[in-house]
Design a binder for this molecule. Structure first.
Ligand code: ZN
Length: 420
């Protein structure tokens, strides 16, 4: 494997610019200028661990802007579901490639994806060179035939990913939510995820309606229901976690759940609440960050999500809530841990998932405090280089297959809505 040297680059909280030497996919040395096969001049840039998007539906980029400012049920029933009913495997492949292109461009090196045609999602992540946790969306709506079909699709996705043999792409199980998956479906999810040692990726307590319905149908809260099914004992990515009681927070803390905050999606879909970040963290849960799909965001830029998360937490009245360094930690190391993947630190022996951010462009100077600039003044367009597992996916803002992926992505998006 080839070696890489990044020279004269600033580290958050580092005193002087330094050099990063990478070989075999990991950081071998910091501080010394070592001869390497390839050198990137890092002057004027900050190096950050690659950002981790802990909850998205990547191929939904195909439906970006296809129905905004609508009531959630109308939006789903009139726009999203009819379009999704027409999705093909090729749509998913090129949609996911298009999403990966945006992630590479804006500094995301790993993502947790839940959507359909899992094997094609995995192929796209593999071809893009990113790390990904792939889950086939599991929605049985209490129907036994649908459940069997979902089980087969999930098993096929796991098999496909394992046969692919790309250590950057791993399978997970994707039960959509407590209101779309039956108790029998959850039982299967629990057993399968423990037999196959897989992460469970779901949506949890996104709206008040979900909580009210859960109490009237099951006599408990959404987290209480998952505890009843035994699912909270599994490593879990729970997206949203907006409407939680004190008991729910304590339970999720006790179970060490990774709670994925999706601030932009929550505001856009008006879920009328804010994930209780510091309460969850205080209880022992792991708050991390996601964009959600591009139909409800409409961007996959994690810089925008970092800033939105910090601001949304402060809206409660405490300006010391979720400071910049904690946001950066959650978007890098915290996210990697939650996904069960390497990455998240720039240090000797750590995976070389590194992004370079230009700190000398309009809107970024002066940099009195790098962490503050990155979170509050940063944006994905300031990323100049993206490196994942030691492979340079973008350098000088250039991604080799950008033109092809943009073209194919646009083509399948237009074709998809014309069929609807
Ligand atoms: Zn989602």
């Amino acid at each position: 494997m080839s070696s890489l040297l990044i020279t004269d680059v600033a580290l958050v909280d580092g005193k002087e610019p330094t050099h990063i030497y990478v070989e075999d996919g990991s950081v071998q040395e910091l501080g010394r200028k070592v001869d390497a096969d390839h050198t990137i001049d890092g002057r004027g840039c900050a190096a950050l661990p690659g950002l981790v998007n802990a909850h998205t539906h990547a191929a939904m980029v195909l439906l970006r802007g296809y129905g905004d400012d609508m009531v959630l049920q109308d939006w789903l029933a009139k726009r999203i579901w009819p379009a999704e009913a027409n999705l093909t495997g090729d749509d998913i492949y090129w949609g996911t490639r298009l999403a990966c292109l945006e992630m590479v461009r804006t500094g995301t090196t790993a993502f947790a994806d839940m959507y359909f045609f899992g094997p094609r999602m995995a192929d796209a992540a593999h071809d893009a060179g990113l790390r990904a946790v792939i889950s086939e969306g599991f929605i049985d709506l209490g129907d036994e035939e649908r459940r069997e079909a979902n089980i087969m699709a999930t098993e096929a996705t796991t098999r496909h990913i394992r046969q692919m043999g790309d250590p950057r792409v791993v399978p997970s199980v994707g039960p959509h939510a407590i209101y779309t998956v039956s108790p029998a479906g959850w039982e299967w999810v629990k057993d399968y995820s423990s037999d196959e040692d897989l992460l469970v990726h779901t949506h949890l307590a996104e709206t008040e309606r979900e909580v009210i319905d859960c109490h009237s149908e099951h006599g408990t809260s959404p987290p209480g229901l998952l505890e009843r099914f035994g699912v909270l004992e599994r490593p879990m990515l729970a997206a949203h976690c907006v409407h939680l009681s004190d008991e729910d927070v304590a339970l999720m803390g006790q179970r060490g759940v990774a709670a994925v905050h999706n601030p932009v999606s929550n505001m856009k879909l008006a879920v009328a609440g804010v994930m209780p970040w510091s309460d969850l963290a205080g209880a022992g849960a792991h708050p991390v960050l996601g964009t959600d799909g591009a139909a409800s965001n409409n961007s996959l830029d994690m810089f925008e999500t970092m800033k939105s998360a910090a601001l949304l937490q402060k809206l409660g009245g405490d300006p010391t809530s979720l400071p910049a360094r904690e946001v950066l930690e959650a978007a890098t190391h915290g996210g990697a841990q939650a996904l069960g993947l390497p990455g998240g630190r720039i240090a000797q022996g750590e995976a070389a998932d590194i992004i370079l951010v230009n700190m000398e462009i309009i809107g970024m100077i002066p940099a009195h405090d790098l962490a503050s600039n990155l979170v509050y003044a940063g944006a994905g367009h300031a990323v100049t280089a993206t490196i994942c597992d030691g492979n340079v996916l973008m350098e000088g803002g250039v991604i080799p297959d950008e033109t092809e992926v943009l073209g194919r992505g646009l083509q399948v998006a237009m074709d998809l809505v014309s069929r609807g």
